[in-house]
Design a protein around this ligand. Sequence first.
Ligand code: PAF
Length: 275
Amino acid sequence: MLVAKTINEFKIARKELKGIIGFVPTMGALHKGHLSLIQKAKEENEHVIVSIFVNPTQFLEGEDLDKYPKKEIADKEICSVAGVDILFMPTAQDMYSDDELKLLAPKVRGYVLDGFNRPGHFDGVLQVVMKLLNLVNPNNAYFGKKDAQQLSLISQMAKNYFLGANIVPCDIVRDSDGLALSSRNIYLTKEERTKALSIPASLQKATQIIISGELDTNIIKNNMIDILNKNVSSIDYVEIVNRDFKKIEKIELKNTIILVAAKVGQTRLIDNLWI
Ligand code: PAF
């Protein structure tokens, strides 16, 4: 595996790689969720490129940019064992210049839910993903469904800007206790982790209600909020939307996403369920 730490090194290595390329952009602190994206990319492409870049522009003032978990040695080992061809680890100085041209998330879809709670977050995500896709020029780029809104906005960007990469959605990976894997789970104390399990539990409750035949989204949301209120420190949102991220009154089979964002202690967690 070649590790490229500058854009120049990366460009030289990228030129040598011929054939179908799969790309997995990450912020590092890799876990089984990332590994499942890398494995899928391995299965579906001739070569795989992974990037690790903790992108400053997607963090808001006061968020965890400085303490975001870093595990460079373990990450390199995971990528190497997984058969990654190039690991790209650029610096912020290399990726950004002083007076940057900005990309803005779409007015409606980019500023609801996480876009409302973290204004500007998706502008930063789109900016860095556009840069990475232009540098890597992959055939396929892999993104997890856990970041459902991010996935949707990146797919829209690829479409609106006629990008060559096919954006591939990948299933959420959960720990054996049901908690969706996230690099931020590392912040949770044992007690907080137990409380955090109310997040997947609330989504399970939603599933049970829907299976019982109840499709009214307000009833489903209220049941979920009841479970969360007993456990989490605060709820950012519990929302039920269609695949265009518009709120819906009734569950639409094969076109619904149920989303939760909540804080447990100081840690903000998100999770969702695609129906
Ligand atoms: O999902 C992430 O890890 C990040 O938002 C991404 C897509 C790598 C952009 O920094």
